[in-house]
Ligand binder design. Structure first.
Ligand SMILES: Nc1ncnc2c1ncn2[C@@H]1O[C@H](COP(=O)(O)OP(=O)(O)O)[C@@H](O)[C@H]1O
Ligand SMILES: [Mg+2]
Length: 337
């Protein structure tokens, strides 16, 4: 395997957040594939019970178990790799936790029947979070002999609006448990999340609101955990290729497209009703140019955050496995994995 420098050498837990609907799940899946290439084993984990990963990979709903969902394509020089997926569920994680710390293997089912698990995770959202981040930390650190079971873990995390609380494990459970295994567990999890082994990536599109949430989210990380959490990359999703030259863009954005000239060309091309068509086209061009100009402004704002940025293309026909491979290749080409 050839060594290859990426921007996130040493990071083993990749937390992917972003405003809802910007492509968090899709990009997390693409990142997992990208990290898997070269013969690696990667765990992709979701925590919101939406079965988003199953949808992205077009497979049946995932159980609370790690199973292989995809292979990274091999190339002439590199072997493929494997992506495993897990839909983490706070109840299952709580039962696992009780087993681990209190040897309550059999109590688990009884507790579930009594609704205790439901109760515990409902009254204490902080507990819910630490169970999920705890599962990610456990998978990240898990070893078989001296070797890590997973080379990397990618978490499709809650959206930016909730990511701070979600990752601020110790503060969240401190009111809940001051001593004992829960507290000890929370501290261990926080250590993993706050370590250089963890990075929090942000998925955004080039619009005002998601960009603002990205900037706020990055700023928020500095105040979390033990001395701040490591901000990762900014994945700019659904980028359209540029079709206009800078000159054309300026003209169109200022609304001064030459409609007469356009109409003449349309007519020469044999199109009927060329006047009206020219007016419609000119309006659309102006619209498009203004969107592109606005997107440039959003890019400048993102650049101000000082984090590495990666462009991911808009996949025109919807996301299937081939589309995911394209996004994974884009991430690798730009050094994200
Ligand atoms: N680069 C892309 N090109 C085209 N469609 C995309 C892209 N990224 C995401 N999508 C689509 O956008 C929708 C939302 O994506 P999803 O990953 O579910 O977002 P989130 O997890 O942030 O809610 C889905 O239909 C997905 O297929
Ligand atoms: Mg999602």
């Amino acid at each position: 395997m050839s060594a290859r420098d990426t921007d996130w050498e040493g990071v083993r837990l990749h937390v992917v957040t972003g405003k809802g609907g910007t492509g968090k799940t899709t990009v997390a899946a693409a990142l997992a594939l990208a990290l898997a290439s070269g013969g690696k084993r990667v765990l992709l984990m979701e925590v919101e019970g939406r079965q988003g990963i199953a949808q992205v990979f077009d497979c049946p709903p995932l159980p609370y178990a790690e199973r292989k969902v995809a292979v990274a394509p091999s190339t002439a020089t590199q072997p493929g790799g494997e992506v495993f997926a897990l839909a983490a569920d706070p109840e299952q994680a709580l039962l696992e936790y009780l087993e681990m710390f209190y040897n309550l293997r059999h109590a688990g089912t009884a507790l579930t029947k009594l609704g205790v698990v439901d109760f515990a995770t409902t009254i204490a959202p902080g507990l819910r979070d630490v169970l999920l981040t705890g599962k990610a930390a456990e998978a990240t650190r898990r070893r078989e002999g001296t070797r890590h079971v997973y080379d990397a873990v990618v978490m499709d995390a809650p959206p930016t609006g909730r990511i701070g609380r979600f990752l601020n494990v110790t503060a969240e459970v401190s009111g809940l448990a001051r001593v004992g295994p829960t507290r000890g567990h929370a501290d261990t999890v926080q250590k993993v999340i706050s370590s250089p082994e963890t990075a929090v990536h942000f998925v955004t599109v080039l619009e005002e609101m998601p960009v603002q949430e990205t900037l706020d989210g990055i700023a928020e990380l500095a105040g979390l955990g033990d001395g701040g959490l490591q901000a990762g990359g900014i994945m700019i999703n659904m980028v359209h290729p540029l079709v206009l030259s800078p000159d054309q863009l300026r003209t169109a954005a200022s609304g001064s497209v030459d409609e007469d000239e356009l109409a003449m060309e349309l007519k020469a091309a044999g199109l009927e009703d060329s006047r009206r068509l020219a007016a419609d086209l000119a309006a659309e061009l102006t619209d498009h140019a203004r969107t592109v100009t606005g997107q440039r402004a959003q890019r400048r704002r993102l650049a101000g955050a000082g984090q590495p940025r990666y462009d991911l293309p808009m996949i025109a026909d919807g996301i299937d496995l081939a589309g995911l491979y394209r996004l994974a290749a884009a991430l690798r080409d730009q050094g994200a994995a």
